[in-house]
Design a protein around this ligand. Structure first.
Ligand SMILES: [Zn+2]
Length: 478
């Protein structure tokens, strides 16, 4: 047998719509892709570091590989090189050496990571993941000097994260969720803790909240542009392991982006052969501050002129760099949390996710931002959950979806998959094949299929699992 009827393969309906990779040019949608592939900086597992370095940062996410043996995790840390001295740390990020900002991926289990950090364990008293949001110092050394987990370090360049260096983690120091500045700053051993304390308090001195730096005039204009324009189509872009969606009006002009992601080099295997090339919209709504959802800010300088509606979450320095850059040009609209509430402007409903509905710090981060429901002109409703669990999006706040962008790149999520409509359901998974998280989860794909959704992917498919290979490309919802 050569087809998908082989008994071991899961029965998941794969949609048979055109997937020629050129679909964003079909119909009225005008969002382009670069005509030629660009040589991306990272096309391999990266350079071997030759000198030891140390970093201070905040754990952005901890994700379990569902199908991997030994409970392997991917731990992402939003960090700065401790070459940043106390003199530089309080200066605007625009004055920093960019390469002192870096994203780190640590490849180990959460248990081994916690052990290295001399913690009791990675879970709280109820057994839920309790690492994301902690500040840490990590000592990294060249590979082969000592045994320890692999660390991949991606430093910030002019066009985002384009290089990858490999180290071994030799030591980790945990500073907790809310590092206090030590009283005696003279103690040299604590200077990294001072850096962590200052970075953690950078934007929000007590009692002060920046809600927007855009003028009310700008906001009124944005509001009326969205309120008076019908949505014709939605492009789920093939951006490898990342999330980038464009909402288009009936003339094919982009109205807004939901997330603006581009892969971080530890997902180098997922880079698409060509990249989205605009024209870009005037508005970006960010679901949550994961680097694979906002790295397009660096990759496509045109979106730095857009207004960014972003959730107010606790952030590490690389995310805060983007906040600061947007504040400086009056393009930041910071949404204070509105769990289980929704706001509708024209065809667009923005839903506040509810972090209290899920367990574990990393999951709570994914569920403390925003999801979106969009009414397609005459074609029903589309749900865009970002990385939130279905449980984290109160289903009383959005109409039953006729189209679905599958949550969290097809990862396993909590809650019931919304039921597909009886006519023409479509569900799209934004995904890069061979991503470091091992998405999609077969269990999740089966749950979507059981809810009636035929699945389409922006990536090629792992054919040993799915029994059918398809080409990658943008998927367009009309
Ligand atoms: Zn994501």
């Amino acid at each position: 047998m050569t087809d998908s009827q082989t008994s071991k393969k899961p029965k998941v309906a794969v949609a048979s719509t055109s997937r020629d990779g050129k679909s964003s040019s079909v119909g009225k949608a005008r969002f382009n892709r670069a005509s030629e592939g660009r040589p991306f900086a990272v096309r391999d597992p990266g350079e071997l570091a030759t000198e030891p370095r140390s970093f201070v940062g905040r754990i952005e996410s901890v994700e379990l590989h569902p199908d991997a043996p030994e409970r392997r995790h991917t731990i992402i840390i939003d960090a700065v090189d401790t070459a940043v001295g106390l003199g530089e740390v309080d200066r605007p990020f625009a004055d920093w050496e960019r390469e002192n900002l870096a994203l780190l991926r640590i490849m180990t289990t959460a248990e081994k990571f916690a052990e290295l950090a001399k913690m009791d364990g990675p879970y709280d008293e109820n057994g839920h993941e309790n690492l994301a949001g902690r500040w840490m110092e990590l000592q990294l050394v060249p590979r082969g000097k000592v045994s320890g987990p692999l660390a991949q370090v991606c430093r910030l360049g002019e066009r985002g994260y384009e290089r990858l260096e490999r180290f071994t983690v030799s030591e980790i120091t945990d500073f907790g969720f809310d590092p206090e500045e030590p009283r005696s700053v003279g103690a040299a051993a604590n200077s990294s803790k001072v850096v962590a304390a200052r970075l953690s308090r950078r934007r929000q001195p007590k009692g002060v909240k920046a809600s927007t730096t855009a003028s009310w005039h700008d906001i009124a204009q944005l509001y009326s542009a969205v309120a008076n324009t019908a949505v014709h189509s939605i492009v789920v872009h093939d951006v490898g392991h990342a999330n980038f969606t464009t909402v288009l009006d009936s003339t094919g002009a982009p109205m807004l982006h939901f997330d603006c992601g581009w892969p971080i080099p530890y997902n180098w295997k997922t880079y698409p052969p060509t990249e989205p090339a605009g024209p870009y919209a005037n508005i970006v709504v960010l679901s949550h501050w994961d680097s694979d959802h906002y790295n397009g800010f660096h990759r496509w300088p045109a979106v730095q002129n857009a207004f960014w509606v972003v959730p107010d979450q606790k952030l590490g320095p690389n995310a805060e760099f983007v906040v600061e850059a947007l504040m400086k040009v009056n393009r930041l609209i910071l949404a204070t949390p509105f769990p289980s509430k929704a706001f509708t402007v024209g065809s667009i409903t923005v839903i506040g996710c509810d972090p209290s509905s899920v367990n574990g710090k990393s999951k709570q981060m994914n569920n403390s931002g925003m999801a979106m429901s969009i009414a397609l002109e005459g074609k029903g409703n589309v749900l865009l959950p970002g990385d939130a669990d279905y449980l984290g999006i109160n289903n009383a706040l959005y109409p039953a979806p006729d189209r679905l962008v599958v949550s969290h790149h097809g990862a396993k999520v909590d809650g019931t998959v919304p039921t597909a409509p009886s006519t023409c359901p479509r569900a799209i998974v934004s995904l890069g094949l061979e991503n470091c998280y091992k998405h999609p989860s077969i269990e999740s794909m089966k749950a979507h299929a059981a809810a009636g959704w035929p699945l389409e992917f922006t990536s090629e498919l792992p054919d040993d699992v799915w029994g059918r290979q398809a080409s990658r490309g943008d998927r367009i919802i009309v």
